[in-house]
Write a protein that binds this ligand. Structure first.
Ligand SMILES: O=C(O)CCC(=O)C(=O)O
Length: 302
């Protein structure tokens, strides 16, 4: 098991399996208690598998049309070497969900919004900005450790991410990993999670560079997942994910992903839900939410 090119399981006890919480669906009190304790809920088979696969199909067709995957086996999404595939340009972008009706249906109808309504105890709002991830190749095979709080912490803290694998992921394809009980680590919460990717120190000499966009922070907790586990304890937890599974986690849960060591493209989407009546981070909702803009930069006295 590697992430960002580093072996996570070199130290005994450093990795483990996510706990299956699907038996708790229908019992919101138990779900909240489990979230409070673990910082995530792994819900295998919660979603309509056929819908998830149909949503995937649209993306693999796009990849095939652009010549990035083997056209004879588009379902497998086997990467064509030298095809110029750029996982960041294709994935890692706000995804226009409306252009993929099956994905829209997964996110807005049935089990997923029902789950969030039950879990949050009332009407929910899905963020308008949803991220597609395509992970493949050496350089972009994983996501570095971070918390979502630094990206979307300007509204209610009751924002929950749903990470949805678009397809069956064998172990060598990697997938989401969460750091066990990291949402309880006070220092992460107060030092790292207190920051915001669009904030700069207005009284520092480099303020103009932040405003011009020549200086920025990418929200990383660290680019070394092994050091993160050693420093903060807990295990990196993962699973072998299938289409139809979902992992829900809090904005204070440290997470990232394991490397995709296979020859196939790993596709997933992350969508966020919060109580409809609570304040929402303006960068993620409403018109223009899809494009992150420097207008959202905020200066503070540091
Ligand atoms: O899919 C991944 O590589 C990581 C996903 C992630 O970081 C997120 O959902 O916030």
């Amino acid at each position: 098991m590697t992430s960002c090119g580093m072996r996570l399981d070199a130290v005994p006890g450093a990795v483990g399996e996510m706990r299956d919480s699907s038996a708790l669906v229908g019992d919101p009190v138990a779900l909240r208690k489990r979230m409070q304790r673990d910082g995530y809920l792994f819900l295998p088979g919660l979603l309509d598998r056929d819908r998830v696969l149909a949503a995937r199909s649209r993306l693999t067709s796009e990849l095939a049309a652009r010549g990035h995957i083997d056209p004879d086996r588009p379902d497998e999404a086997v990467l064509r070497q030298g095809s110029g595939f750029d996982p960041v340009a294709f994935g890692e972008r706000p995804y226009p969900v409306d252009e993929n009706p099956d994905l829209r249906s997964v996110l807005d109808e049935g089990a997923l919004p029902d789950f969030h309504r039950e879990f949050l105890g009332g009407p929910v709002r899905r963020f308008d900005r949803n991220l597609l991830r395509a992970r493949a190749g050496d350089q972009w095979s994983a996501t570095y450790p971070h918390c979502d709080s630094v990206f979307m912490g300007r509204g209610t803290p009751r924002v929950y991410t749903s990470w949805v694998p678009l397809g069956d992921l064998t172990r060598d394809m990697g997938g989401l990993m969460v750091l066990e009980k990291s949402h309880h680590v006070e220092r992460i919460r107060h030092e790292y999670s207190g920051r915001d990717v669009d904030e700069y120190c207005a009284n520092h000499p480099d303020a103009a560079e932040w405003l011009a966009g020549t200086k920025s922070w990418d929200g990383k907790l660290s680019d070394d997942p092994v050091a993160v586990q050693r420093s903060w304890g807990g295990r990196w937890l993962g699973a072998e994910f299938r289409a139809g599974d979902v992992v829900v986690f809090s904005i204070h849960t440290v997470h990232g992903s394991t490397d995709n060591l296979s020859d196939r493209v790993r596709l997933s989407v992350d969508a966020r839900y919060q109580p409809a009546a609570e304040p929402a981070d303006e960068r993620w909702v409403g018109p223009g939410a899809a494009e992150r803009s420097w207008d959202s930069m905020r200066g503070r006295i540091c």
